[in-house]
Ligand binder design. Structure first.
Ligand code: GLU
Length: 409
């Protein structure tokens, strides 16, 4: 067979692979990289990740791990001091009583969520998700052959409520994934409402994944609220999926954790041991330093995100056709651009995001990727200078589009 013939053979993708889509957040990273390589001055508000460097004491712990040749396999569940540190951090902040056998260190928060879903969901089981939600939840549920049941939150200004959850539960419901603060909306579930939501789910026999990736990034008067604060009878059906990525500006280190009922964690561990094996040994040492060292950098990042949001959101709202609510946590603006789309003649938010990217070099993530057509997610984990420039460029796009649509005299 000639080499040409070999290269034309279609790859026989599995049904599972065919049904899986490239993550939209990963796609925007690739799109931004491509434009940068072409020499475009890109303002990247696409992927959600802190623009701060990983704090020095965390990097030093990784350097020390390297120097001490801590570069081999560890237990698949993670090194014991780290599992203990995750439990201590959670117990001391939120009054819980987790023990290390209830904790598995995972390869970023996403791997924890993936394994927790795969460990629970059988084909046809219903999984409740708020809509809009993070791009990976429905994909992971599809991967497990579960059925996504989307709870629309646009009418409640993207706040998940106990009434909405109650109305969505059926005899087939098995799991709900709650993400507060939410990616992409930046909304926070009030602690009392949160307890009510979990209470209803537990009463109806559901299990809960609490994705606490943005846990520490909440803007007062809104309150930090972890599932670890729930009473034991509710907590016994909740898996906390935590991540060090955002909290400590460690996105590239890939360390997260699953913390919850021992039997569920054991299943997560089995799945991780057969896939990723474990989080990188060096990154685990860095994570240990992050959790046990000074928490000041976290507060500094939070204050800076708040300062940026206070400028960025009103500035977006001044653009004709843009309506953007004030984020309560995380670091995303999630403007409603339906008016702007109408004014400028964009049929979809994807069309708008593409135009913004290719003509104006501003990377945002299309709201439709999160289940909210007509919205755009803009990460303000970026410098004030970049945010200012993005507003200028969006304004320019609007002006150009209006000029195009103005009837010729
Ligand atoms: N959570 C980040 C985001 O939504 C990136 C991580 C990811 O999607 O893998 O942009």
């Amino acid at each position: 067979m000639s080499s040409t013939a070999i290269s034309t053979i279609a790859f026989p993708s599995s049904i599972r692979a065919q049904k899986t889509h490239l993550s939209s957040t990963a796609a925007v990273v690739m799109a931004a990289d491509k434009l940068r390589a072409q020499g475009v001055n890109v303002i990247d508000l696409g992927v959600g990740e802190p623009d701060f460097p990983t704090p020095e004491h965390i990097k030093n712990a990784a350097r020390q791990a390297l120097d001490e040749n801590f570069t081999k396999y560890t237990a698949s569940s993670g090194i014991m001091p780290l599992r203990k540190a995750i439990c201590d951090y959670t117990n001391s902040n939120f009054g819980s009583d987790y023990a290390p056998e209830q904790c598995c260190v995972t390869v970023g928060g996403k791997q924890g969520i993936f394994a927790a879903v795969m460990a629970l969901i059988n084909p046809g089981d219903e999984v409740l998700l708020e809509n809009p939600c993070w791009v990976s939840y429905p994909e992971i549920v599809n991967f497990a052959e579960g059925k996504n049941v989307l709870i629309d939150t646009e009418a409640t200004d993207f706040h998940l409520t106990a009434d909405l959850v109650k109305a969505a539960i059926t005899p087939k419901s098995k799991l709900i994934i709650i993400n507060s603060p939410s990616n992409p909306t930046g909304r926070v579930v009030d602690p009392a409402e949160y307890k009510k939501i979990v209470g209803i789910c537990v009463e109806r026999g559901l299990w809960v994944i609490s994705d606490e990736c943005y846990l520490q990034f909440v803007y007062p008067p809104f309150q930090v609220n972890s599932a670890a604060m729930l009473p034991p009878e509710l907590r016994s059906r909740v898996m906390i999926c935590g991540s060090l990525s955002k909290t400590y500006a460690m996105t590239g280190w890939r360390v997260g954790f699953a913390l919850g009922p021992k039997d569920w964690v054991t299943e997560v561990l089995k799945i991780q041991s057969q896939s990723a094996t474990m989080a990188a040994s060096i990154a685990q040492k860095a994570a240990l330093a992050a959790l046990t060292g000074s928490q000041e950098p976290v507060q500094e990042m939070l204050a800076e995100y708040r300062r940026r949001a206070e400028w960025f959101i009103p500035a977006l709202n001044e653009i004709p056709g843009v309506e953007c609510g004030q984020p309560e946590g995380a670091f995303y603006a999630f403007p409603n651009l339906k008016g702007l789309m109408r004014n400028c003649g964009f049929a979809t938010s994807k069309e708008l995001a593409d135009e913004l990217l290719h003509k104006y070099g501003v990377v945002g993530t299309d709201g439709a990727a999160f289940g909210a057509e007509g919205y755009l997610r803009l990460s303000y984990a970026n410098s004030m200078e970049a945010l200012r420039e993005s507003v200028i460029r969006i304004g320019q796009m609007v002006a150009d589009a209006s000029a195009r649509r103005r009837p010729a005299i």
